[in-house]
Design a protein around this ligand. Sequence first.
Ligand code: ZN
Length: 165
Amino acid sequence: MNNKEILSDLLQRSRAYAKLKIRRRIDTALHGQHPKAAVVCCSDSRVIPEEIFARSIGDIFVIRTAGNTAGVSEVESLSYAHHHLGIELFIVLGHTHCGAVDSTIHGEHCSIFDAIASHIGEEKDPKKATMENARQVAKELSSRFPEVDVVPLLYDIETGEVSRL
Ligand SMILES: [Zn+2]
């Protein structure tokens, strides 16, 4: 598929989605969103928080970056989630086989990889590094939002299991 075909396919799928009269979509459009938790997770296409936690439209406020990092934009988004939407639970969801963590371990540099590097130190084991990265992001968010519960979790992309860190 070339890009034109891919876009056409996506738009066709979106039209099918729009035809579904999903009650939740209509209700949240009319009455606003009241998500109960914010999730900071990786942009990895295999990590889909709504599916992982069996939630739907309006349930979770999701922030996605490569390597579930939290820079200025992400922190400001979380500030909005807390102060405007009343969310008092932030989840930092690391995942196994994270490409951003692997790239960091292999010495690649960009602002995201450098942030991950500062979290994982000399750790070379991908899973341990992923766990430490999620823990450190949660720790940073806890210091910025001391009134919020910030919980680091690990998602296994193979088994679908989520564990506490
Ligand atoms: Zn990832």
